[in-house]
Design a protein around this ligand. Structure first.
Ligand SMILES: [Zn+2]
Ligand SMILES: [Zn+2]
Ligand SMILES: [Zn+2]
Length: 481
């Protein structure tokens, strides 16, 4: 599936320039710039390029157990479409917004409309210490029938007419609507709204102030992604942010040129490469080439399956092109590049998880001492019964974290992605699991490290490697197989 395009040799050259991996020194420089940037909290770590193993994160000083190593800001991220029914979060930082009442009311309102939510569970990353409520508490582990509330009550929850006891202990920032008028994106602050607008949303907003060339096409693109794979929405954010970055660099370049008219050559490709840099550091292969074959696909159907995936990407890209195409960024809209962007997210994506204040709220009520608890529960119980097991659904999505994605795997890792009580947004938080000495590599586990050797090996094969960590060498076959 080589891309052959004799008519447009220049386009071909530009595409291969974008796909040429940046030099190890370039990568190191870029990532260490991220470490130093003020928007990230990094503690005693550095990124090094290590020939055979590729890049890795290393301790720059002695680190203590439990110490925060990194809060990594995502390059792009999204809340899963199915999760939008459950949680209203900031479209930029993924903090919960509004109020506990709004979160509950909105959930019940959509539930009544018959919008069904994805019922994925989110225990994976967040709740190592899952506080289970005791059996007398609001949720026993048996799935309970939901008991609907009258419409009037749901409405007054949503419009602020009804206040639940102790909800002020879980106050949230007010929901700021998207300045583009799409009524889809909400933010925790004007600052998040502006940052998202500048980063990617101005081209991807379906509201009247959108800068897309066709809002109708954009709606179609989003619909297609929601119906097939929402990773396309993440890819669109990457495409949009590259275009917007390119436009900014171009403005800065022309201003510079006015001051010093002697700058030579066509700046076009070098500006595009600069805008593309955050992605160039992460991509490796094409999506349809590297996607793991699902269990229900026979090996003999592999070629057909890969062709189907490629066609799916093609359809998505055509819709995106109709919505936001930019002639100067033409190579970004080639199927080749689009395939690489999607694969980068598929291979390096990390779960974005933010704990729900609604769950915290009901846990708090459950923990109240009696007789107060009895009294308060008299008020809150109907809301819990209406939510059923959905009371604890957290914000779930996918994001690409540039520094965390550099951390290599080990089945006996010395660090872990773990959200603490105070981590209330979509940033990745990495904590030291044991003391790490200066110069040692920081590792995390990509899979559940407590699984038996064979299961770990099978899961890690999806990431395209065979683990050689001390634990695997110890537990695995002793001969070189
Ligand atoms: Zn925010
Ligand atoms: Zn918008
Ligand atoms: Zn291992």
């Amino acid at each position: 599936m080589e891309i052959v395009c004799p008519i447009d040799a220049e386009l071909g050259t530009e595409i291969s320039a974008l796909l040429t991996p940046p030099s190890p020194a370039d990568v190191e420089e870029y990532l260490n710039e991220l470490i130093q940037s003020s928007s990230r909290q990094c503690n005693g770590i550095t990124v090094k390029q290590n020939g055979e193993l590729g890049k890795g994160v290393y301790a720059d000083s002695d680190l203590k157990e439990g110490e925060l190593l990194l809060k990594d800001q995502m390059l792009v991220g999204l809340q899963h479409s199915s999760n939008k029914i459950d949680c209203l979060v900031c479209s930029f930082c993924f903090r919960f917004v509004g109020s506990v009442e709004l979160q509950i009311g909105r959930r019940l309102y959509l539930q009544e409309l018959g919008v069904s939510a994805g019922r994925d569970c989110c225990e994976a990353d967040y709740s190592a210490e899952d506080e289970d409520l005791d059996d007398s508490g609001p949720s026993s582990s048996i799935y309970k029938e939901k008991v609907p509330l009258p419409k009037g009550i749901v409405e007054s929850l949503m419009n602020g007419g009804l206040k639940l006891p102790y909800s002020d202990k879980f106050s949230l920032p007010p929901a700021v609507p998207c300045p583009g008028g799409c009524k889809e994106a909400y933010y925790c602050s004007k600052q998040c709204a502006e940052s998202d607008w500048d980063l990617s949303h101005s081209l991807l907003c379906t509201g009247e102030r959108s800068e897309a060339i066709s809002r109708e096409a954009l709606v179609e693109f989003i619909q297609h992604a929601n119906d097939t794979n929402d990773i396309f929405l993440l890819a669109a954010k990457a495409v949009s942010s590259t275009i917007l970055k390119y436009r900014k660099l171009k403005v800065a370049y022309s201003e510079d040129r006015e001051k010093t008219p002697n700058v030579a050559g066509s700046p076009h490709l070098s500006l595009l490469l600069k805008a593309w840099k955050p992605i160039s550091v992460g991509h490796k292969r094409r999506w349809w080439d590297c996607i793991a074959l699902p269990f229900d696909v026979e090996p003999s159907d592999e070629a057909a399956f890969r062709m189907q995936i490629r066609e799916l990407a093609f359809t998505s890209l055509e819709l995106l092109k109709a919505a936001i195409f930019d002639e100067e960024c033409k190579p970004i809209f080639s199927l080749e590049i689009y395939g690489h962007i999607i694969a980068m997210f598929e291979l390096n994506n990390l779960d974005l998880v933010v704990a729900s204040p609604v769950e915290d709220y009901f846990l708090y009520i459950d923990d109240l001492p009696n007789p107060e608890k009895k009294e308060v529960e008299g008020i809150t119980r109907p809301f819990l019964d209406a939510l059923g097991d959905d009371y604890s659904v957290c914000c779930q999505g996918t994001a690409f974290y540039p520094l965390q994605s550099c951390m290599n795997h080990s089945c006996s890792p010395n660090a872990k992605a773990f959200k603490r009580e105070e981590d209330r947004d979509g940033q990745a938080t990495i904590i030291a699991l044991k003391p790490i000495s200066k110069g040692e590599e920081v590792t995390i586990s990509y899979v559940d490290e407590d699984l038996p050797y064979e299961e770990r090996r099978a899961l890690l094969a999806d990431y395209g490697f065979k683990c050689r960590c001390p634990k695997c060498l110890e537990e695995g076959p002793k001969l070189c197989d």
